[in-house]
Write a protein that binds this ligand. Structure first.
Ligand code: URA
Ligand code: CA
Length: 471
């Protein structure tokens, strides 16, 4: 009898403590949201309190959504962004690359359409002797993801334990694997919330999200590809340079040499958008038969990677070295080694017909004549998602064979009835979305009756000292 009432006492007391704790949490959370809403700065402990509380499920979505919106409008100081980056980086497991000899260089793109660079760049740079151990993501929204692309190769594995990840990287000097859910869980939870609260396009939030992921992996240096233009998060060049400066400063402060190239995403990169189609495009590029814009950007980013990896005295020299590795076959050989090392069918490299291919191909004809003056990457990306090449929500399946090949790009002249683009689709899906997809692609093309120069590939870069170079 006495024991029972004592137990009851304890239970009631615990309940009171819990309620008080939650009240305390709630009040403190409100104070911090208020501070940011009114444009004040938070210190590192306050940022840690909010993000850790959110990750533990103590602070609810609606309060963090309000906090994110406050950041969207008020911005963050460099100190706040660095604190947020560190909390994200330390929210889960970290991956040490100490077992891999050499200067390890990572690469990251802020997201684009038909952005096949990682698939070309990583074997290219590894062929030059710079080890690359890269964790990549899946596609979400109108942009594609490297992991989805690689998984269109039969047998190709992207999930490894930390030990196997390092061992496999050592074996061929290259691995591209999927980011596990244990790495930066705070970013995953925050990103999902940002996606549905329209708070993705914020410089502090993008910088902390990307750099949080980068700092969780023990690379020595980093080359960022910051996209700008209609198909990118940063539509304006000025914003893109700002984002680049913020991210390179975070890298430097964390002891990682970081440079950022600002590249144009007015139109999709290369000709292919879609998973299997981009694998083909990457293989052709590594053999020296790819689209010029894709090859050029890869050589440029790769030149910086060689430079930071101590292989050349300047990025321009690195570019020339890499062009030689495409010519002499070393680059495509490294890609073949990577496919084999990760369990994939390496015969696809020499026989592209072994890759998944769509049964239905529909040529989209131009209804006008003239020079292509713009080509909206976001619309083309959305059309590819509708065909099954990407996901609208996380659980959507991917159809690796589907996508779009752009036959005409900015600056090209087109006659009435000439093919603008070829749609690769499955019969079943296309029946449901044909009008939407063709409508989107047609509306992505704009014409001019005067000649239009091909747009520049890059706008400039931010070097490791934080200097901006504009082209
Ligand atoms: N890519 C990321 O990883 N995070 C962002 O916030 C935006 C692009
Ligand atoms: Ca492409």
């Amino acid at each position: 009898m006495i024991t029972w009432s004592l137990l009851n006492y304890c239970l009631v007391l615990k309940r009171i403590i819990d309620i008080l704790a939650v009240r305390g949490f709630t009040m403190r959370t409100c104070d911090l949201i208020l501070k940011k809403r009114d444009g004040q700065s938070l210190n590192a402990d306050e940022i840690d309190f909010l993000i850790t509380g959110y990750l533990k499920g103590v602070i609810p979505d609606y309060q963090v959504a309000a906090f994110l919106m406050a950041i969207y409008f008020r911005g963050m100081s460099d100190q706040e962004i660095y604190a947020l980056t560190r909390v994200i980086a330390e929210s889960g497991e970290n991956v040490s690359l100490e077992g891999i000899p050499g200067i390890k260089i990572d690469k990251h793109s802020t997201g684009g359409v038909g952005d096949t660079t990682t698939l070309v760049l990583t074997p290219l740079v590894a062929a030059a002797g710079v080890p690359v151990a890269k964790l990549s993501g899946r596609g979400l929204g109108h942009t594609g993801g490297t992991i989805d692309k690689l998984e269109s190769i039969e047998g190709f594995k992207t999930g490894f334990s930390k030990i196997d990840f390092v061992e496999k990287a050592k074996k061929v000097g290259l691995i591209v694997a999927a980011q596990s859910p244990d790495l930066v869980p705070a970013d995953q939870k925050l990103y999902a919330l940002r996606d549905v609260t329209v708070t993705v396009e914020s410089i502090p939030l993008i910088a902390a999200s990307i750099m949080g992921k980068k700092l969780a992996i023990g690379n020595d240096a980093l080359v960022l590809d910051v996209k700008t233009g209609a198909g990118a998060f940063m539509k304006e060049q000025k914003q893109a340079f700002n984002l680049a400066r913020v991210m390179t400063a975070i890298g430097q402060k964390a002891g990682r040499a970081t440079v950022a190239v600002i590249s144009r995403m007015d139109q999709p990169l290369g000709k292919a958008i879609g998973n299997s189609l981009e694998i083909k495009e990457a293989i052709l590029t590594l053999k020296g038969q790819g689209p010029r814009d894709l090859e050029e950007l890869c050589l440029l980013l790769g030149g910086w990677m060689l430079y930071l990896g101590g292989k050349t005295i300047d990025p321009g020299e690195g570019k020339k070295d890499l062009a030689r590795l495409i010519k002499n076959g070393a680059a495509i050989n490294k890609f073949r080694d990577m496919v084999e090392n990760q369990g994939g069918n390496k015969s696809i490299v020499d026989n592209l017909a072994l890759l998944p291919a769509a049964r239905l191909r529909v040529a989209l004809k131009s209804e006008q004549k003239g020079y292509i003056s713009s080509l909206d990457a976001q619309k083309v990306g959305s059309a590819a998602v509708m065909l099954g090449a990407g996901r609208r929500i996380k659980s959507d399946p991917i159809d690796p064979a589907t996508g779009i090949i752009l036959e005409k790009k900015i600056g090209d002249y087109v006659q009435v009835g000439e093919t603008l683009a070829v749609i690769h689709a499955s019969d079943a899906t296309f029946r449901d979305v044909d009008h939407l997809v063709t409508g989107l692609i047609k509306s992505a093309y704009h014409y001019s009756n005067k000649t239009v120069p091909a747009p520049p590939l890059i706008s400039g870069w931010v070097d490791r000292k934080g200097n901006s170079i504009y082209f």
